[in-house]
Design a protein around this ligand. Sequence first.
Ligand code: 3HC
Length: 284
Amino acid sequence: MAVERIGVVGCGLMGSGIAEVCAKAGYRVVVREVTGELLDAGMKRLTGSLDRAVAKGKLSAEDRDAAQARIVGTTDIGAFAECDLVIEAAVEKLELKRKIFAELDQVTPPQAILASNTSSLAITDMAAATKRPDRVLGLHFMQPVPVMPLLEMVRTVLTSEETFQTARAFGESLGKTIVVSKDNPGFIVNLLLIPYLLQAIAELEKGVATKEDFDTAIRLGLNHPMGPFTLLDFVGLDTTLFIADAVFDETKDPRFAAPPLLRRMVSAGWLGRKSGRGFYDYGK
Ligand code: 3HC
C-alpha cells in the first residue's frame, strides 16, 4: 500500500516532532490541534526545530522551506479525509483516544492505517473503537523526535501483516531504526526506563546521594547523555507518573509503584523543564 499523505493528531511536543520528521522525509502532512492557539504554538515549535536543524548543519535552508511547505495545520479533523496514515499524538487519556480513533475511522479512507504514539496505553483498546482493528498499530516515537533514531512499533493480535509491513516501511523511510513490541504495558523502552527512573527517585528520597551525583555517575560512569534526574525533567514528571500508574494499574508490578516524592512534585506543578521547575530549577 502506498503511503503519501500523513495525518498527525495533536501538535504538542510529540505531534510537532512527528509532523516535522514526516515532512522532512518528503511526505505531505496535515497536523491537527483542537484550538487555533494550540496549533499556532505547535507550528511555532515545529518551525523553531527546523531552524535549529539548519543552524546545526543537519538541513539546508532549501530543504527546510520545502519541508515547511509540505505541512498544513488545521483544527478540522475532517482534513484527514485524504490521508493514508494517521498518527495520533493527543494527550494520554484512553477515553479521548478511543473517541479520536472512532472519529478517524469515520473521516479517513477505509484503507488508511491508524496509529497511536501512546507511551503506555493499550493499542488494542484503541483498535477496538474502530471498524478496522486490523489497520491499527502503535508507532511510539522518542523525545526529541527529530533527533532520536528509534521508532518502537507495537503490534496487536489484530494488526494485519500488510498493515505492519506498510508501517515498518514508512518508519524506515523516516530514517528511524525499528524495534517491535507486543501490545504489552510499557512496550520495550518504558518497560525498562520507568523502573530505573522510579528507583533513582526512591534512592534520592533515602539520601543515598545527591541528585547531581546520581546524574554525574550515570552520565560519566555509563556514558548516558543524561543522568536520571535530568532525564526525568526532560521527559516530564507528569508523563513519567502517568506511565508508571498506567503500567502499575494493569500489572500490579511493584517496580512501577511511583514513589511519593514524584506524586507530590506533580501535584505541586513541578513537572520538569516544561514548567520551569522539576528536580532542577530552569527559571522562567
Ligand atoms: N533537528 C535535527 N537534529 C538536531 C536538532 C533538530 N532540531 N537539534 C539538535 N540536533 C542534533 C544535533 O546536531 C546533534 O547531532 P550530532 O551529535 O550529530 O552533532 C544532536 O542532535 C544533539 O543535539 P545538541 O548537541 O544540540 O544537544 P545535546 O548534545 O544537548 O543533546 C539530547 C540533547 C539529544 C536531548 C541528548 O541529551 C539526549 O539524547 N538525551 C536523552 C534523551 C532521551 O533519552 N530520550 C528518550 C526519552 S524516553 C521517551 O521519549 C519515551 C517516552 O514515552 C517517555
